[in-house]
Design a protein around this ligand. Structure first.
Ligand code: 13P
Length: 276
């Protein structure tokens, strides 16, 4: 199956009131498990990479592998840059083969966020690549601030971005307390942006019932990173304990670890794709 842009996966998802999982990979095993989960579930999937992987040679090496895996996979797949930090980084992601890029200017003044997002949209669109940006700010170890519907509308009108990440009460990483999602705010944003796929960052630890509520209100892409990475770490630790200091070639050692990651990803994909 050919590669897809996020837009091609997310527009129909928003229309149908379902969510597409967007899961962060970090190496071959976490990537391969995602493709196995897509194959098992038959559902579309967005495989995405942390922006730091675009600054150290990893993404450049991994993207061709992801594209090859996507071509062999019978489910629709998009390859995405998560939280791009600059126009130059988004440009590199497009040139290396991502089918979708995010520029995150959510900590910049609105005018500057609009200016850079516009440049990214213009460049990506010419290459047939779709775009995501953020307005409001989903906390990342710093302070978050919620998205204002009127600002979201102005931002989309001025930038032409394809999907919009909004802040409605989630945060990145594990929570100290269960988050409370502002479903009414999500609905208000969706109402001023009919048809535009909205993105929920900070999927880890967000109660599934709440995620499903906001999917009904316009969220089409749900980002999950921390809990998937942690699944890999915990499974690795469990396998190392079983090994008890003995040797095993790493490729074989990783098989059961990858299996745990497949189960985890498939569970998320199915939960988000359920129709209300
Ligand atoms: P979590 O790490 O909280 O799952 O957030 C992922 C995310 O939003 C990536 O952009």
């Amino acid at each position: 199956m050919a590669l897809y842009t996020c837009n091609e996966l997310l527009r129909p998802a928003r229309k149908q009131g379902v969510g597409v999982a967007a899961i962060n990979l970090a190496n071959y095993e976490t990537a391969a498990a995602l493709f196995e989960a897509a194959e098992q579930t038959g559902l579309p999937l967005i495989v995405q990479m942390y922006s730091r992987m675009f600054g150290n040679g990893k993404a450049e090496a991994i993207i061709p592998m992801l594209r090859k895996m996507a071509e062999k996979c019978s489910s629709p797949i998009a390859v995405h840059l998560d939280h791009g930090t600059s126009f130059e980084q988004a440009k590199a992601a497009v040139e290396w083969g991502c089918t979708s890029v995010m520029f995150d200017g959510s900590n910049l003044p609105m005018k500057e966020n609009i200016r850079i997002t516009k440049e990214v949209v213009k460049f990506a669109r010419k290459a047939g690549v779709s775009t995501e940006a953020e307005i409001g700010h989903v906390a990342m170890g710093d302070e978050g601030h919620l998205t204002v519907p009127e600002e979201a509308l102005r931002f989309v009108e001025e930038t032409g971005v394809d999907a919009l990440a909004i802040a409605i009460g989630t945060a990145h990483g594990y929570y100290k307390e269960t988050p409370k999602l502002d479903v009414e705010r999500c609905k208000a944003i969706a109402d001023v942006l009919p048809g535009l796929p909205l993105v929920l960052h900070g999927g880890t630890g967000t109660p599934l019932a709440d995620v499903r509520k906001v999917i009904r209100c316009g969220i089409a892409k749900i980002n999950v990173a921390t809990e998937y990475q942690d699944c890999f770490l915990k499974a690795t630790r469990a396998e190392l304990e079983k090994l008890d200091g003995k040797f095993m070639p790493v490729d074989r050692f990783m098989d059961p670890v990858r299996e745990k990651c497949v189960e985890h990803a498939a569970r998320l994909m199915r939960a988000f794709a359920l129709q209300a």
